[in-house]
Write a protein that binds this ligand. Structure first.
Ligand code: S3P
Length: 460
């Protein structure tokens, strides 16, 4: 695997976005990040060969690939295809050096489950953002399974795990809406004898369940009348390599999609977008706001719903976003808040407590960025209210003051989208970390006609 330039330690590069017109053309969004992480993990663990096309080659996913290599998986790329020879379930090797996950909560937390139950040491490190994020939500169930945890106070990275000779299967009710926590427990269950059970009161993205079933795991899901899901996994079974075509990431799609809605005269098509219902909350919300989003050519590919989206400039109106929709659009609130800044009336978002523990405290990062750029908004403990200004008049920051991105790719991209429809430009203090999830963002947006660039003075 080619070497990765690290987000942490890289010099910050400010970027600026200016009012644009008539975005047009067709965009193909890179592969879904959640599915790409899991493709490397499950392919690296399964017996035999896994072939992956459409993989997201962002820094986060490449770090997961490197971790799997460090634990014995053989990974190479031939043309457009990533080819993995897995170790076989239960046969990961002890990593000789700390596993560095950079900016990626998903890579780190899922791998903690995957290897933490093995009877050897594994050490986890990350960048300044990941080092601040809570790991207790994954370490607590692992402790119940018999894993020894050596961690800084407050269960932050660096963390060293050492599993017992025989891990204990548990029944775990996930205390917050988190696919990462659900997945970490299930992955720990892969190397645990007996049945590991995860109870999920609120459904989150289901890629782990679907993909593990595809790799041959004995995994069942039962949903009761209240929507509570019980997931049971029989441990120590065989996983067999698969062929995977990763669909386009709906969370990355959100940026050109909102851009086209906001920029007058726009008409774009985004092809091959994952439409799994656990991921489409933003599209529903924008449609509630009056967005013209046409779902074209809906189809099923590799067990996932996929479609193309035609998006045209639309007059948006404010809405109250149903709170129970939050898990299906959790990564999209920053860019929704930007859309709300241009909507007629107020947009109210509740149930946002998980936003405080993402790559940054996204609730305060969004509210501060909006205020810096002239938007009237109220930040609550777990809510955000945005009063929109449909023509973008007065929005942006003529003095060039930059939004603080706090090493958060989605904050950087969201505010660059804001600048495309604001009266004044919008500047972000750093755009380098966009490469963690969407390395093609700048090129793709400029090809559609967006005026976005790395700021003068910063070397490209
Ligand atoms: C992810 C789960 C979500 C999401 C993240 C990807 C996953 O995190 O925010 O970007 O791939 O499982 P949480 O589990 O913390 O909600």
């Amino acid at each position: 695997m080619s070497p990765v330039s690290r987000t942490h330690g890289a010099a910050a590069k400010p970027a600026i976005a200016r009012r644009s017109s008539n975005l047009s053309g067709t965009a193909r969004i890179p592969g879904d990040k959640s599915i790409s992480h899991r493709s490397f993990m499950f392919g690296g663990l399964a017996s035999g060969e896994t072939r992956i096309t459409g993989l997201l080659e962002g820094e986060d996913v490449i770090n997961t690939g490197k971790a799997m290599q460090a634990m014995g998986a053989k990974i190479r790329k031939e043309g457009d295809v990533w080819i993995i020879q897995g170790t076989g379930n239960g046969a990961l090797l002890a990593p000789e050096a700390p596993l560095d996950f950079g900016n990626a909560g998903t890579g780190c937390r899922l791998t903690m489950g995957l290897v933490g139950v093995y009877d050897f040491d594994s050490t986890f490190i990350g960048d300044a953002s990941l080092t601040k994020r809570p790991m207790g939500r994954v370490l607590d169930p692992l402790r119940q399974m018999g894993v020894q945890v050596k961690a800084e106070a407050g269960d932050r990275l660096p963390v060293t795990l050492h599993g017992p000779l025989t891990p204990a299967p548990i029944t775990y009710r996930v205390p917050m809406a988190s696919a990462q926590v659900k997945s970490a427990v299930l992955l720990a269950g892969l190397n645990t004898p007996g049945i590991t059970t995860v109870i999920e009161p609120v459904m989150t993205r289901d890629h782990t369940e679907k993909m593990l079933q595809g790799f041959g795991a004995d995994l069942t899901v039962e949903t009761d009348a209240d929507g509570v899901r019980t997931i049971r996994l029989a441990g120590r079974g065989k996983l067999t390599g698969q062929t995977i075509d990763v669909p386009g990431d709906p969370s990355s799609t959100a940026f050109p999609l909102v851009a086209a809605l906001l920029v007058p005269g726009s008409d774009i098509t985004i092809v091959n977008v994952l439409m799994n219902p656990t991921r489409t909350g933003l599209i529903l919300t924008l449609q509630d706001m009056g967005a013209d989003i046409e779902v074209l050519n809906p189809r099923n590919a590799g067990g996932e719903d996929v479609a193309d989206l035609r998006v045209r400039h639309s007059e948006l109106k404010g809405v109250t976003v149903p709170e129970d929709r939050a898990p299906s659009m959790i990564d999209e609130y920053p860019v929704l808040a930007v859309a709300a800044a241009f909507a007629k009336g107020e947009t109210v978002m509740n149930g946002l407590e998980e936003l405080r523990v993402k790559e940054s405290d996204r609730l305060s990062a969004v509210a501060n960025g909006l205020k810096l750029n002239g938007v009237d908004c109220d930040e609550g403990e777990s809510s955000l209210l945005v009063r929109g200004r449909p023509d973008g008049k007065g929005l942006g920051n003529a003095a060039g003051e930059a939004v603080a991105t706090h090493l958060d790719h989605r904050i950087a991209m969201s505010f660059l989208i804001m600048g495309l429809a604001s009266e004044h430009p919008v500047t972000v203090d750093d755009a380098t970390m966009i490469a963690t999830s969407f390395p093609e963002f700048m090129d793709l947006m400029t090809r559609l006609g967006a005026k976005i660039e790395i700021k003068d003075g910063a070397s490209a």
